[in-house]
Design a protein around this ligand. Structure first.
Ligand SMILES: NC(=O)c1ccc[n+]([C@@H]2O[C@H](COP(=O)([O-])OP(=O)(O)OC[C@H]3O[C@@H](n4cnc5c(N)ncnc54)[C@H](OP(=O)(O)O)[C@@H]3O)[C@@H](O)[C@H]2O)c1
Length: 329
């Protein structure tokens, strides 16, 4: 089977290689074999290829990929809850390979009639948006939340999930041409970033309560969001898109009691009982199925073109996600 592998960290499209690996063989009694269909290339994958992701350096060689979708190709003798042909989420990490052997308890059958490309993006970004919205400062219906990098996959999920919860969104982007499409997608206010962001936000929301800011950028981007939240509000940093450490001025933390905290989905997976994780995925799957959660796809590359796919995913100014397909040619 084919896999995409990294032997050394560096420039993503240079270090990623296609390798031939042994098939995973037969499943044990409580295992399944999954044939991958689609995987997205996320910013975390790019950081991973550069050796910049997370607190613990991963071991090389490494097969990247935190998520994707595939079909059950074989089941172990004791497996009852999924069957041959069922579509399931790929259990990461290590999803960029044609076949994956996994414990059956980590997979569940997805609806068969939902776009698999959308399902390939279900595992990471939708729960990230959901948990940051509902489990940290939890704005009440009628209140506002602000986010930067609002045209990202997470950003799109947050817009739709906030709308469902009756929470209004201020969406900050760095390109003027994104304002109209994000308004059409459901963003209540869409603004370009800049030094006077806080004044423009206050004017746009008429000084209403804004208890939560969601920051994927870091650096001075964090500070610009911190200036927008209400006194006692929270800035949640969950991304490192600028590559800079978060800056928050003492005027916000000391005099206005604004707090900065982090969010990492992987920690939630570790800390949360499996039944609760399954409940959230059931809820989010239904929202992908009915089109509430939807993320644009800019291009789909076959796995053999992984270098082009990774280079494309690392580019700024995309109109959507880059996916990799494992369709057998
Ligand atoms: N902590 C967690 O558990 C967790 C979970 C999921 C995702 N994340 C993080 O969430 C962020 C978004 O992920 P995604 O998959 O939703 O992204 P995505 O769909 O691939 O989109 C990337 C977005 O980042 C924007 N961007 C890139 N560099 C930027 C910069 N320096 N300043 C402002 N905007 C910048 C891009 O804007 P343009 O279109 O203008 O280029 C684009 O909107 C990433 O940092 C990712 O690592 C974290």
């Amino acid at each position: 089977m084919l896999a995409a592998q990294v032997n050394v960290f560096g420039r993503p499209e240079t270090v990623i290689e296609i390798v031939e690996q042994a098939d995973p063989g037969e499943p044990g009694a409580d295992e399944v074999i999954i044939e991958a269909e689609f995987v997205p290339i996320n910013p975390a994958d790019i950081l991973n290829l550069e050796g910049k992701y997370g607190a613990v350096p991963p071991i090389l060689p490494m097969i990247p990929g935190a998520e994707g979708v595939g079909r059950i190709a074989k089941t172990g003798s004791a497996v009852r809850h999924v069957k041959l042909g069922d579509r399931v989420l790929l259990p990461g990490p290590g999803c960029w390979r044609e076949c994956i052997k996994a414990p059956a308890k980590v997979v569940f059958a997805l609806p068969g009639d939902v776009d698999p490309k959308q399902l390939a993006m279900l595992r990471v970004n939708p729960p990230t948006a959901y948990l940051m919205l509902h489990q940290i400062a939890a704005p009440k219906p009628g209140q506002w939340v602000i986010q930067n990098a609002a045209n990202s996959g997470v950003g799109h999920c947050l817009i739709r999930l906030a709308r469902l919860a009756g929470v209004k969104t201020v969406n900050v982007v760095r390109r003027e041409e994104l304002v109209a499409p994000l308004r059409a997608f459901g963003g209540d206010v869409v603004l370009t970033d800049g030094p006077d962001l806080d004044a423009r936000v206050r004017a746009a929301i008429c000084e209403a309560a804004l208890p939560l800011a969601i920051d994927a950028v870091g650096g001075s981007g964090t500070q610009r969001l911190a200036r927008c939240v209400s006194d006692g509000g929270t800035v949640v940093n969950y991304g490192m898109l600028s590559g800079e450490p978060c800056i928050v001025d003492g005027r916000e933390t000391v005099f206005r009691d604004v707090r900065l905290q982090g969010f990492w989905l992987r920690k939630w997976f570790v800390d949360t009982p499996p039944a609760q994780i399954a409940d959230l995925y059931r809820e989010l799957t239904s929202k992908v199925a009915n089109g509430t959660l939807a993320v644009e796809v800019e291009a789909v590359y076959p796995i053999r073109k992984i270098k082009e796919a990774v280079a494309h995913a690392a580019r700024n100014g995309r109109s959507g996600k880059i996916l990799v397909s494992f369709a057998r040619e």
